[in-house]
Design a protein around this ligand. Structure first.
Ligand code: MG
Ligand code: ZN
Length: 215
């Protein structure tokens, strides 16, 4: 019974996700779903991405959080459209929340929509939102075993960013072991090492993103 309920919820979600996708495509918006555990650097990456791209790409952001609008406020300071979704305790965004958000924001002229999911490595991977690419961030302090512990998220991602690479001298993290774990689940995912603090690797990320937007 439990299993059937979950299956129905996910298939209803899938239908709304397809609606979102049609809407994005009609408006010429490229949408990404950015996922990670709390504190891995989603908002920092969005800020870096905006700074690199905003002169040539019109960006909008949807911020998913359980509570508070702290991240949306940070993003608004960059003069991009930012909409906050408070999930009211729910630990992931679903397609319906995005569909509702889209009704209250104009995507006219928007090239790129970045959706920051709720910080969580489990259910955000189960709920399709209708985006074109899924991106996940893992960070050095979380340890190199995450692909082994949270396989669904890693197997779904089109790109896996390793953030806080500046901490490598201080924290034990075996990039080869991490990458092996990702590759075993998802041979095609692009793995990109970045530091939102020093800016290392951000150009690689932005050029991957730009290349995806053209396809
Ligand atoms: Mg955030
Ligand atoms: Zn959840």
């Amino acid at each position: 019974m439990q299993v059937k309920v979950l299956r129905d919820i996910l298939s209803a979600n899938e239908r709304i996700a397809m609606k979102n996708r049609r809407l994005f495509d009609e408006k010429g918006v490229f949408a990404i779903n950015l996922m990670s555990s709390p504190g891995a650097g989603k908002t920092s990456l969005i800020l870096e991405t905006i700074r690199k791209l905003k002169d040539r790409v019109k960006i909008a952001v949807i911020e998913g959080d359980i509570a508070s609008s702290l991240d949306a406020e940070k993003i608004s300071k960059e003069n991009v459209t930012a909409l906050q979704i408070n999930t009211g305790g729910s630990c992931h965004l679903d397609a319906n929340m995005i569909n509702n958000a889209l009704e209250s924001m104009s995507l006219e002229g928007t090239d790129l929509l970045i959706i920051e999911n709720v910080g969580n490595l489990i259910c955000p991977a189960e709920f399709a939102l209708g985006v074109h690419r899924k991106v996940m961030i893992s960070s050095i302090p979380e340890g190199d075993d995450k692909p082994y512990k949270y396989p669904l998220m890693f197997s779904e991602a089109d790109a896996v960013l390793i953030n806080k690479i500046d901490l490598l001298p201080y924290v034990e993290f075996d990039i080869a072991n991490f990458s092996r774990g990702v590759r075993a689940l998802n041979p095609r995912a692009k793995i990109i090492e970045v530091s939102c603090k020093t800016g290392q690797g951000i150009d690689n990320w932005v050029s991957w993103l730009s290349s995806q937007m053209k396809t």
